[in-house]
Design a protein around this ligand. Structure first.
Ligand code: URA
Length: 243
């Protein structure tokens, strides 16, 4: 693939802009500067290249994780808080060009929820992961306003009825992890599900720092990924969320 095409596919602007970046000497591939936009390279997954001093990896499709901080909305057009998409570098937001450019979050976390969020530009992957048939367990760490008791845990495991569906929803796992804390595993993703389930058993998720998603499938939010940080998913990470 021509170098200008590689840059274009990775979100570095129009073909003309990409050709210009190369011609002006801003691009290196695997450490070697290249100023010929038509130079051919094999676009292998993870191919390293540099644009204006920043290191990048080539990915045919983008799969990434973000450690969502509190105070961000998972929307392209947020209403009250900044969008999570502002936490990503411009090329990741612009991949593919056109109206539906860039990566999209796989499901949403509330503005005040923190933790593991997946993003991709692979429509099939997003659809599969968001489908109600896809029961990948998601683990949430909850800080509750009132002390957590065994009755609440038992009810969450047995199933509670929420206001939009007569069928009870139950936690796949629920463990008290502290006086005011519990770890809840869900296999569905209804609107505000954790908050509504906790309310249904007579408790309440704390408004600040009350809800954190720590795991999807068997993929944990890495301890060294700071709030607001992102990274590419590896093939091993993807296997962990395959479900
Ligand atoms: N359940 C909620 O109530 N909020 C989230 O952000 C995620 C799950």
């Amino acid at each position: 693939m021509q170098l200008q095409e590689i840059l274009f596919s990775q979100g570095f602007g129009t073909r003309r802009v990409c050709a210009g970046l190369v011609q002006q000497g801003y691009v290196a591939v695997a450490g070697a500067p290249c100023d010929d936009p038509t130079a051919e390279f094999e676009p292998t997954e993870g191919l390293r290249f540099t644009v204006q001093g920043t290191d990048w990896e080539y990915h045919e499709k983008a799969y990434l994780m973000l450690h969502k901080p509190a105070g961000y909305e998972c929307s392209q057009k947020p209403s009250a808080y900044p969008s999570i998409y502002t936490l990503l570098p411009a090329p990741i937001r612009q991949r593919g060009g056109g109206a539906a450019a860039g990566v999209q979050a796989v499901g949403r976390l509330d503005q005040d929820t923190t933790g593991l969020l997946l993003l991709s530009d692979d429509g099939k992957f997003i659809h599969r992961m968001s489908s109600p048939k896809h029961h990948v367990p998601k683990v949430y760490e909850v800080r509750a306003k009132h002390p957590v008791d065994d009755k609440q845990v038992a009810k969450l495991l047995a199933g509670v009825v929420l206001d939009d569906d007569p069928r009870p929803v139950r936690a796949a796992a629920c463990e008290k992890t502290g006086e005011h804390q519990l770890s809840l595993t869900l296999t569905e993703g209804k609107y505000h599900q954790v908050k509504r389930m906790i309310a249904a058993v007579g408790n309440r998720v704390e408004e600040v720092g009350g809800l954190h998603r720590s795991r999807i499938g068997s993929l944990d939010l890495p301890a060294d990924l700071k709030a607001g940080g992102w990274r590419w998913l590896t093939a091993q990470d993807l296997a962990r969320i395959a479900g």
